[in-house]
Write a protein that binds this ligand. Structure first.
Ligand SMILES: [Fe+2]
Length: 166
């Protein structure tokens, strides 16, 4: 399966940084569960799987080039590295690569979210970031109300953080 190979490649890409490696593993798993429970078709779920493993690929190059890695920089830097890595996989189509790169280029953009793959990537990333960044409950609720739309994503965030459902 491509995601197995990609997880190894992304681990190599982030060598020496177990926190970042375990971050993308968690985002991938939550994204996959939400995608599957929301009934994504096979092709869209595959794109979501690939994008969730690779979504933060722009962080390390941003840090190396600019000494910082804010969201917008990551979005700008990431796609070229993703494209290069995905070129090693002969069964990934250009259409798939384009969509994965779009998702990487927008994973910190919360307006005009078009497509369930995009929506779910934002939800899964936040489920992990909220815990890793030790966000307070009111910040989690604010983000939930702004971004979370899928039934499964809402169920997971409400359950995990003990929130009242909306
Ligand atoms: Fe992330």
């Amino acid at each position: 399966m491509i995601t197995d190979d990609l997880i190894v490649k992304m681990t190599e890409f982030n060598a020496g940084d177990p926190k970042r490696i375990q971050h993308f593993i968690k985002v991938y798993e939550f994204a996959h569960v939400i995608g599957a429970k929301e009934g994504l078709d096979e092709n869209t779920l595959r794109i979501l799987d690939i994008a969730s493993v690779m979504h933060d690929i722009g962080i390390r190059p941003s840090e190396e080039k600019y000494g910082r890695c804010d969201g917008k920089l990551q979005e700008r830097e990431g796609p070229a590295y993703a494209r290069e890595m995905l070129a090693m996989f002969s069964d990934v189509t250009e259409t798939e690569i384009d969509r994965v790169c779009f998702l990487i280029a927008h994973h910190h953009t919360y307006e005009n979210v078009e497509g369930l793959d995009y929506r779910i990537l934002l939800e899964a990333d936040f489920l992990v970031n909220a815990m890793e960044d030790e966000l307070k409950k009111d910040a989690i609720i604010t983000f939930r109300d702004k971004v979370f739309r899928t039934k499964t994503g809402l169920h997971l965030i409400n359950t995990m953080f003990g929130l009242c459902s909306i």
